[in-house]
Design a protein around this ligand. Structure first.
Ligand SMILES: [Zn+2]
Length: 679
């Protein structure tokens, strides 16, 4: 399962797998701006797309052997890149090659509207790994004419004709994945998982006959093949060495073998061995064996996802799209979470909860953050922000699963905004500087506290049912709110400095409180249309937490609502007092959970978390208008450059960043094309 969703957007963002439901596209907008100091996250923007860069934090901390492992796994991903293109649509590779040939050879007028439209179209095609939009699945519509394309094809001596040319302009194959009701989804989806005459009924009949040898451990039939009709007979063309995509798969195997030779431990090496065997044979039992081994291989600093994984691109959900994500442990975040986890009992004992609601033996929740070192296929340029695998339910039930947040990807999203938006909504320079200097550390620590301590805290009274029974539809917003409150309470506490987590707890706490209130009472509203209620659980909890403490502190002017030049700001006058009020609300939310008090949770959420002040909302939207940007984001990848000695051995591997998006796309096509145009 890939999580295009961010959960638990605690302060300004955050990344949590335990809580769900915000799309990445939305995240972009929630994110508050931060000044770019050294690293430039923004590459370019075109059509509805924004292309960003990400860094690989902790790269220098890896041993050479670990760096090699990352490098080999990254290459293993890239050599399979074209598989995704061909899976998406049967003419994609042919079209891409022709368009790239034109792009690199054309010497005519590059300032004309037609050329600019052509260039934009190619960038969109690159972004989508084909001619259908990566998100909507609709075929991309070029803003140049077919005559113009014919002309520049001729000018550059490029061949593209017949169906592959016509389809750029006509109505054929208009949807990559067509999920409409009451139609033949297989027949009417352009995705290349099925022969063009294969129907829903064919697929159902073909797989209906398949019986797994062990019904308790059903094989993933159809995951790694194309189903075609050959002379009236349905046949699978299996993705494997010697089979469909074999020439690219052989390259993948070469790099996976190198990776296996530098595996960090036996379990990881064994998993890689099984993955190689799977690529050689296409055998689905081996696929399951591999997944069991991969799921169990949890030690080590490096991990990866590689193969035909997610089935969203198949209207019937059988076939996996080629994907690669290479991950390095987030050492910094892991250390922080380990410290919190070791001290979980202290946090529980010292929290403002009523004694009866505290756990006598609390265990910190395990939560994993990794940093991405490279992505390919289905995961690039548009990427998930978290992944939870394997997909086979029986393996998840019997062996478990790996769930990770992609920390540096989320960080890059958060940093790519303009600093203008932050300036627009802060009350004064002090608030701006605190956010600039401490905002990120505060966010990260809030996430860690929210997950490790917050979700572990508190207990139900004897005889009270689970919150999903007692608090019903309000259970999740209350859970998220109280986890946020645990974080807020301890972010402004000298304990976090004593534990070595921060250098100046007061500044961290102030930045965190400013950011939370600013977001909860104002900036998150930019994600809603005027007139809408707040529906999403995390947005709700950020609002009810903020609005409740604002009201409670009103008589002491703890948080002041300021109007200046017709614009609203919220200024925190008394951080100590706000800390105390957060504690009171935390105590109350835990009481509600512990007692299963539905009436109280309903009042809390409905009174503070759902309705939006229309005047402020209209004002926020107006103030935000100047900052709107493309709705979809994706990434170029850092480039890993090995240096070798005279004997050809790798001595060091450097991380560089691509200068331009088109440069990286062309490099990929030049260096990682291992498939013919027609497969
Ligand atoms: Zn959460």
């Amino acid at each position: 399962m890939k999580l295009k969703s961010i959960l638990c957007i605690a302060v300004i963002t955050v990344f949590m797998l335990s809580c769900k439901n915000d799309t990445v596209e939305k995240v972009k907008v929630t994110v508050e701006a931060k000044e770019e100091v050294a690293f430039n996250y923004n590459v370019e923007q075109f059509a509805d797309i924004k292309v960003l860069r990400y860094q690989i934090p902790g790269w220098e901390n890896l041993t050479l052997k670990e760096q090699k492992l990352v490098y080999y796994l990254t290459e293993a991903g890239l050599v399979g890149r074209d598989i995704m293109w061909d899976q998406n649509y049967r003419h994609n590779l042919k079209i891409r090659k022709a368009l790239e040939h034109v792009y690199t050879n054309y010497s005519g007028d590059k300032n004309s509207d037609n050329w600019i439209a052509f260039e934009t179209y190619l960038k969109r095609v690159w972004f989508s790994n084909g001619i259908h939009h990566h998100y909507s699945n609709a075929k991309l519509v070029p803003e140049f004419t077919s005559d113009y394309l014919k002309q520049i094809l001729t000018d550059t001596n490029t061949k593209l004709e017949g169906e592959a040319f016509d389809v750029i302009f006509n109505d054929a194959d208009s949807k990559k994945v067509n999920q409409a009701k009451d139609i033949d989804n297989v027949l009417l989806s352009a995705v290349n998982f099925y022969g063009s005459d294969v129907t829903n009924a064919d697929v159902e009949e073909f797989y209906g006959k398949m019986k797994s040898p062990n019904p308790d451990k059903p094989l993933s039939y159809g995951l790694n093949s194309q189903l075609v009709n050959e002379n009236g007979e349905l046949k699978e063309r299996v993705y494997k060495s010697g089979g469909l995509y074999g020439s690219a798969i052989d390259e993948i195997i070469i790099w996976l073998e190198k990776a296996q030779s530098v595996a960090e431990n036996a379990a990881q090496g064994d998993a890689l061995r099984l993955l190689i065997k799977y690529y050689r044979t296409g055998d689905l039992q081996t696929w399951d064996d591999y997944n069991v081994a991969w799921t169990a291989a949890t030690d080590g600093n490096i991990d990866y996802i590689n193969s035909f994984i997610e089935v969203y691109n198949d209207p019937l959900g059988y076939r996996g799209s080629y994907e690669n994500i290479v991950q390095i442990k987030d050492f910094d975040m892991s250390k922080k979470m380990a410290v919190l986890s070791e001290n979980a009992q202290w946090f529980e004992d010292n929290s403002p909860l009523m004694d009866a609601h505290k756990k006598a033996n609390v265990v910190g929740v395990t939560y994993k953050v990794v940093n991405v070192a490279g992505e390919a296929g289905d995961a690039s340029p548009s990427t998930p922000i978290g992944v939870n695998l394997p997909n086979a339910n029986w393996i998840r039930a019997s062996v478990g699963s790996k769930s990770v947040s992609l920390g540096n990807i989320i960080g890059a999203y958060n940093n790519a905004g303009s600093s203008g938006r932050l300036k627009e909504f802060v009350n004064d320079d002090i608030e701006y500087e605190l956010e600039e200097k401490y905002g990120q550390i505060a966010d990260k620590l809030h996430t860690a506290l929210h997950e490790v301590i917050g979700h572990a805290s508190g207990q139900l009274n004897p005889g009270v049912g689970e919150t999903k029974e007692t608090l019903k539809n309000y259970a999740s917003t209350l859970e998220e709110g109280s986890a946020d409150l645990v974080g807020l309470y301890y972010l402004y506490d000298s304990k976090i400095q004593e534990l070595g987590l921060v250098e100046d707890w007061k500044k961290i706490g102030m930045a965190a409180y400013d950011g939370y209130i600013r977001n909860g009472l104002m900036t998150q509203l930019i994600r809603l249309n005027l007139g809408d209620d707040v529906e999403e659980a995390h947005m709700r909890n950020r609002q009810w937490v903020s609005a409740w403490v604002f009201e409670k502190g009103a008589k002491d002017n703890v948080i002041e609502k300021i109007t200046r030049d017709g614009k609203t700001y919220f200024n925190i006058n008394d951080y100590d007092k706000l800390h105390e009020i957060f504690g009171q609300l935390l105590r109350e939310t835990q009481r509600i959970k512990s007692e299963g008090d539905f009436v109280a949770v309903e009042a809390l959420v409905e009174d503070y978390g759902v309705k939006v002040d229309q005047a402020i909302h209209a004002e926020i939207l107006e103030r935000n208008k100047q900052f709107t940007s493309a709705p979809y984001s994706g990434f170029v990848n850092p480039v890993l450059v090995p240096e070798t000695n005279d004997a050809g051995e790798i001595t060091t591997i450097k991380v560089t960043q691509p200068e331009t998006y088109s440069g990286q796309m062309l490099d990929y096509s030049t260096n990682y094309s291992f498939l013919p145009e027609v497969n």
